[in-house]
Ligand binder design. Structure first.
Ligand SMILES: NC(=O)c1ccc[n+]([C@@H]2O[C@H](COP(=O)([O-])OP(=O)(O)OC[C@H]3O[C@@H](n4cnc5c(N)ncnc54)[C@H](O)[C@@H]3O)[C@@H](O)[C@H]2O)c1
Length: 281
């Protein structure tokens, strides 16, 4: 594989583009919003500067990495000649299904279609395409340049070749793949999101303040970041969407997002990306 398209230039898309470009892949970064593409390039540039400061890369590595990324506002043009597509658009089933239909229409037949979805069924995304055997989950963790794990999710029809290729691809960009079956939230979010939701319930009930709740989980469980701060980094809208998808998928009220989370999302307090979540940024 030489050329990768990344669809969605938000928090995750810019990180995925960064990592592949740094590993010498040509990257087509696609977003419907021109401003999201511009912001992504600025973020990648800033993150590369941080790597220069830590003496992990040189200034010319930064330039070469940025030169390997081309921005597109059209899926049709962006996916035409790529070997694999990684979709990292907004966590909404209808948006992703419409994107997968378009990729399937314009990407070459050999192209593998991967989704970075946190919780949406890979099998359901595969079903809107004519190549369900080539559809797979490639769930990166945030921040992508730093985190080692990639959860690889096999849909009901994903074939062995596709899994093997994507497991190898994850290794080639220095990530560690863990393969799981398709189920709401897969493994990472099935365990993480109920913990975050429970921390929000505890805050809402006034059992303690955000900083203390986070401190308890950091000191007591050796978590590097408390659940409320982590939720701010993930994005409170993303957390709410994932919980709702798990609630719907398992038909179990225990996954229902806490009313405080719902209210904060309604108020536009989405965490780091809007400057206000459980903390101010
Ligand atoms: N935020 C996290 O920590 C995290 C971690 C792992 C996985 N994910 C998953 O990654 C995906 C993206 O999440 P994010 O946090 O980067 O979201 P985000 O809101 O930061 O970015 C989403 C981007 O998708 C773009 N988009 C929406 N519809 C589009 C379309 N039709 N075509 C092209 N672009 C479109 C938006 O303009 C936006 O720039 C989601 O599926 C999410 O569940 C997120």
């Amino acid at each position: 594989m030489k050329k990768i398209a990344v669809i969605g230039a938000g928090t995750m898309g810019n990180g995925i583009a960064h990592v592949f470009a740094q590993k010498k892949y040509q990257v087509h970064l696609i977003d419907t919003q021109k401003t999201a593409l511009e912001k992504a390039i600025t973020t990648i540039s800033g993150n590369l500067d941080r790597q220069i400061k830590k003496e992990l890369i040189t200034a010319s590595d930064k330039l070469n990495t940025l030169n390997r990324i081309t921005s597109f506002t059209s899926i049709e043009q962006g996916v035409l000649d790529v070997d694999s597509v990684i979709e990292a658009a907004t966590e909404q089933s209808d948006i992703k299904k419409s994107i997968f239909k378009q990729i399937d229409q314009y990407a070459k037949p050999s192209c593998i279609l991967a989704s970075n979805t946190s919780s949406i069924s890979i099998t359901a995304l595969a079903m809107v395409t004519s190549r369900p055997e080539k559809v797979i989950g490639m769930h990166f963790m945030n921040p992508v340049p730093v985190m080692k794990l990639v959860e690889i999710i096999n849909g009901a029809q994903t074939n062995e070749d596709t899994t093997k290729t994507i497991v190898e691809l994850a290794g080639l960009i220095d990530k560690i793949p863990c393969v799981v079956k398709d189920a709401p939230g897969f493994i990472a979010n099935r365990i993480l999101m109920p913990m975050i939701n429970e921390a929000i319930h505890a805050l809402h009930e006034g059992i303690s303040d955000a900083a203390t709740i986070d401190q308890i989980m950091k000191l007591g469980m050796a978590h590097p970041m408390g659940p409320l701060q982590l939720a701010d980094y993930i994005g409170l809208d993303v957390c709410k969407n994932i919980l709702e998808i798990m609630q719907e998928g398992f038909k179990d009220i225990k996954y229902a997002p806490c009313s405080l989370l719902v209210q904060m999302v309604q108020d536009g307090k989405l965490g780091v990306k809007t400057g206000q979540g459980f903390y101010k940024y």
